[in-house]
Design a protein around this ligand. Structure first.
Ligand code: ADP
Length: 437
């Protein structure tokens, strides 16, 4: 710092001495000193101007070569620029990371300014609401989402609860519901979160239907049983009549029992891990067990007139859960007895596939199933002929159980049916589950 005044002093003195040396008279040294001082001030101004020019252009231009003090100013400014740059780059990188995280969110995120124009949005929000996340930035959200429910929500300003609107791609056959929740932040800015709730709504609708169906299925036999109880209590019936009523009550109780056990089976299938590959079950033993049950059922409902033919197959072992496999096979075989008239023929058995897997098939020559029903057969409580299903003790859950069991064993169930000719149900198991001795 001392250098600048020394420089000024030196130039002023040099000017004064030069004045004495070059001219005569008492004003000559003063004039010389003034000239020396002016030269220093001019030089200093030139250096200041160069530093200023560099500062104006920032770090992009090379720093000027200059005298000590200005050099220090330049150096400090340069370091300042560098530090600022580093900070800015860091902030930018963090901002980009932050935006990338919001982009990766499964939910839509959208920022609205005071005028409800889009400041920023992620791809998911743009997809949910049907606009372009880049092109439509700065557009008024009102012009892009015109659903009256949304416009009302946006204008009203009461954002305590989310709203739901149809997604842009929604069609009657392919519904899409989007939930929108707005949160106010900053000075009049709004954060808008969007979520695809289609699956959630469908699951909720399925749950409601399921509860309604179960209640209905249980209420009917329960009403019948309580009616009989009332009759038995109030009427003076002969022992024979009482026996008849008790038999009818027993049938209804069995129906409820069947329903409860199928429901428990389904909930076990849905709530437990798939059977591993360590328990091996013999194909022949399973077949004998379920055939015996089907013959007993035929005795009850058609006086044993169904012709049940078991096709021979080389015995093998299956990796899976015995009770599940038996339940699935028995459901198919019993269905073939229950849904075909007396005297029908049912052919069933195992066969090994060319790939090394196995198939259990049940073929009947009954009434068959119209094509429009086929895709819905495995829905819970879906029946083609409601009254026949109930009369024969059906719960409407059998094929849902079969489908689950097949899938849990890595396989699938298939139905082939022709109206008036009959149906064939097949469970296919993959090679990994089959061991031929
Ligand atoms: P259910 O207890 O009513 O038999 P399932 O889920 O086992 O319920 O079957 C669903 C429906 O599929 C049945 O109600 C019946 O209408 C139809 N179905 C199943 N198997 C046969 C079959 N072999 N022949 C004709 N229809 C069948």
């Amino acid at each position: 710092m001392i250098r600048r005044p020394l420089e000024l002093l030196a130039l002023t003195l040099a000017g004064g001495l030069s004045g004495v040396w070059l001219a005569e008279g008492k004003w000559a040294p003063v004039l010389g000193s003034l000239v020396g001082a002016t030269i220093w001030i001019t030089l200093d101004n030139v250096r200041a101007a160069r530093v200023l020019a560099w500062l104006r252009h920032g770090h992009a231009v090379r720093p000027p070569q200059t005298s000590a003090v200005w050099a220090e100013v330049v150096e400090r400014a340069r370091k300042g620029f560098k530090a600022l740059n580093r900070k800015a780059r860091k902030s930018e990188a963090r901002l980009q990371e932050f935006l990338a995280a919001i982009q990766a969110s499964p939910n839509g995120v959208l920022l609205l300014d005071r005028n409800a124009s889009i400041e920023w949005c992620n791809f998911t929000a743009a997809q949910h609401l049907g606009f372009d996340s880049k092109r439509d930035v700065h557009q008024q959200i009102r012009n892009l989402v015109r659903d009256p429910v949304f416009i009302e929500y946006l204008n009203h300003g009461d954002y305590a609860q989310p709203i739901e609107i149809d997604g842009r791609d929604a069609t009657p056959g392919h519904p899409q519901r989007i939930s929108i929740h707005i949160h106010v932040y900053g000075k009049g800015r709004r954060l808008m979160l969007t979520r695809d709730v289609t699956a959630l709504e469908q699951a909720e609708a399925m749950r409601r239907d399921f509860v309604a169906n179960v209640s209905h299925e249980i209420r009917t036999p329960l009403t019948v049983v309580s009616g009989f109880i009332e009759t038995l209590l109030n009427l003076d019936l002969s022992p024979e009549e009482q026996r008849q009523y008790l038999q009818l009550m027993d049938a209804q109780a069995q129906r409820m029992q069947g329903l409860v056990s199928d429901l428990l089976m389904l909930s076990r299938l849905e709530g437990s891990p798939a059977p591993g590959g360590t328990e091996w079950v013999g194909s022949q033993a399973l077949l004998e067990q379920v055939t015996g049950e089907a013959r007993a059922l035929s005795d009850v409902i058609s006086g044993g007139t169904h012709r049940i033919v078991i096709e021979p197959c080389e015995p093998f072992d299956i990796a899976g859960a015995r009770s599940e496999l038996a339940s699935a096979m028995s459901n198919l075989l019993n269905n073939a007895v229950r849904h075909t008239p007396a005297g029908s023929e049912v052919r069933a058995g195992w066969r090994l596939t060319a790939e090394g897997g196995a198939e259990f098939f049940v073929q009947d020559n009954g009434p068959g199933i119209a094509p429009e029903h086929l895709p819905r057969l495995t829905e819970r409580f879906y029946r083609v002929d409601r009254s026949r299903s109930r009369e024969t003790g059906g719960t409407g859950l059998g094929l849902a159980i079969v489908k689950h069991v097949a899938q849990r064993h890595g396989g699938h169930m298939q139905v082939d049916s022709t109206l008036g000719q009959g149906s064939t149900f097949t469970i296919t198991l993959p090679p990994s589950r089959v061991l031929v001795a």
